[in-house]
Write a protein that binds this ligand. Structure first.
Ligand SMILES: Nc1ncnc2c1ncn2[C@@H]1O[C@H](COP(=O)(O)OP(=O)(O)OP(=O)(O)O)[C@@H](O)[C@H]1O
Length: 414
């Protein structure tokens, strides 16, 4: 365990597990990369019974990529070892001893001769044909789903959420739950019409809940959670890890590519993500090439370093997106040119540098992009976020600094 960096539970794990194991609904509000996923997977592991043929846990995620990652986390045999290991460390807390013992004695469901716990991914982008057949034949124990695909199945009565004992909403834009997009109204339906908060334990997990008091109030009023929901807010005054170093560099638009190249040469990152804005409708109509393509072409011709250059953007088909992520996960050094699709939840522990080639649209987006680095909770390695801005954007970045309470240093290229 020590070899792979699991020495003790993170703060959110230590603080949240006692509440989760006591059956309380929880809002897990902690820095990016602080270990929220393992926290709720451990709850799921404690509640499900693989011998029962019913959907007992549901994890709602915002993107296909995050859904595949959650499934992968669960699939690792090692997760069970991690869970039991963490349990030993939180044993000192005021938890019922019986609960730990039941959990420790539980078959892993992953290794050995015990019946496996099955996990189904209902993610946007597939035909869902195989999942329909599977659901009819024998329901899986855990479902990881994006809102769109899940609602499609629920509307067609392919399965129901009646037997769900725990519902997790992971990064499903809880910060946007007040707006009226189709996704959010579907999420509300999942929380209230298709299942009742009285029959399940509900957990929201996010690094950003901007109006959290209002969110908690609404959660209770709208019956997304029970009345005694607990808000577990770790590092409230420091929403991003302190070993994350923020800097910016000013240049004219036409100098941005060259500036990026100079940065890559001087930083020599182990691995990095270069975030680019999605192409606007106006630019599409004008027949212009998207920034992602321009950047990829530029790097392929001008970048002389050792890192492989890869692309991840919304308009790629799902297989190409999965292939890019798979390539990145293999390790070995890469530069990923990505839109905000890679900004939430995706866990790439080797990432050392983030570049905002285009500034994110909001402070919350900045936080999530920055959070793709510094993802080894007990490491002391420093990581860097660099924003390449045009002079007029300085006040926007300053606003993000004020909102997220961090300092961004100006980098002057001689
Ligand atoms: N107790 C622990 N010790 C060491 N590493 C841990 C521990 N718990 C989780 N990790 C690792 O930390 C990394 C980040 O965890 P995770 O993806 O759960 O973060 P998160 O809080 O969900 O982040 P985000 O808000 O960005 O989604 C993962 O690689 C995970 O395996």
């Amino acid at each position: 365990m020590e070899e792979i960096g699991y020495v003790m539970p993170t703060d959110i794990q230590r603080e949240a597990l006692p509440y989760l194991f006591s059956g309380r609904d929880c809002i897990l509000h902690a820095q990016t990369g602080s270990g929220k996923t393992l926290t709720y997977l451990l709850l799921i592991h404690s509640l499900i019974n693989a011998a029962k043929s019913s959907v007992q846990a549901l994890v709602v995620v915002p993107t296909r990529e995050l859904g595949m990652q959650v499934r992968m986390y669960w699939s690792y045999d090692v997760i069970i070892v991690r869970c039991l290991f963490l349990l030993q460390h939180v044993r000192g807390n005021s938890l019922g001893k019986g609960h730990y013992e039941t959990l420790a004695a539980k078959p892993t469901g992953v290794v050995g001769e015990h019946k496996s716990c099955s996990i189904m991914a209902l993610l946007d982008g597939g035909t869902l044909k195989r999942q329909k057949t599977w659901l009819k034949a024998e329901p899986p124990t855990i479902v990881v789903a994006t809102v769109g695909s899940l609602c499609q199945m629920l509307e067609r009565h392919t399965f129901s959420l009646e037997t769900v004992r725990v519902l997790i909403v992971d990064e499903a834009r809880v910060d946007c739950i007040f707006n009226s997009s189709k996704q959010v109204s579907s999420l509300r339906k999942i929380l209230t019409s298709y299942s009742s908060c009285n029959n399940r334990q509900t957990v929201f997990a996010s690094a950003s809940i901007p109006q959290h008091n209002r969110f908690i109030h609404d959660s209770v009023q709208q019956k997304w959670t029970k009345r005694d929901v607990v808000h577990i807010h770790v590092s409230a005054v420091e929403p991003m890890p302190s070993r994350l170093y923020h800097r910016f560099i000013r240049c004219e638009t036409k100098r941005k590519l060259q500036t990026l190249l100079s940065l890559l040469q001087s930083d020599a990152p182990e691995s990095g993500i270069i975030f680019v804005a999605e192409q606007s409708e106006k630019s599409k109509k004008a027949g212009k090439a998207p920034s992602t393509s321009l950047l990829i072409d530029f790097l392929k011709t001008s970048y002389q370093g050792d890192l492989d250059v890869l692309l991840l953007e919304d308009k790629m088909n799902f297989n190409s997106r999965a292939a890019s992520l798979l390539e990145v996960r293999k390790g070995g050094g890469y530069l990923l040119v990505a839109t905000d699709i890679a900004a939430r939840g995706v866990d790439l522990p080797e990432m050392s540098h983030i570049y905002n080639f285009d500034l994110p649209r909001t402070a919350v987006d900045y936080l999530h992009r920055a959070g793709r680095t510094c993802r080894k909770p007990f490491s002391d390695i420093n990581c860097t976020v660099t924003s390449i801005i045009v002079p007029d954007e300085r006040f926007v970045l300053q606003r993000y600094e004020n909102e997220l309470m961090f300092d961004c240093e100006e980098l002057i290229i001689p």
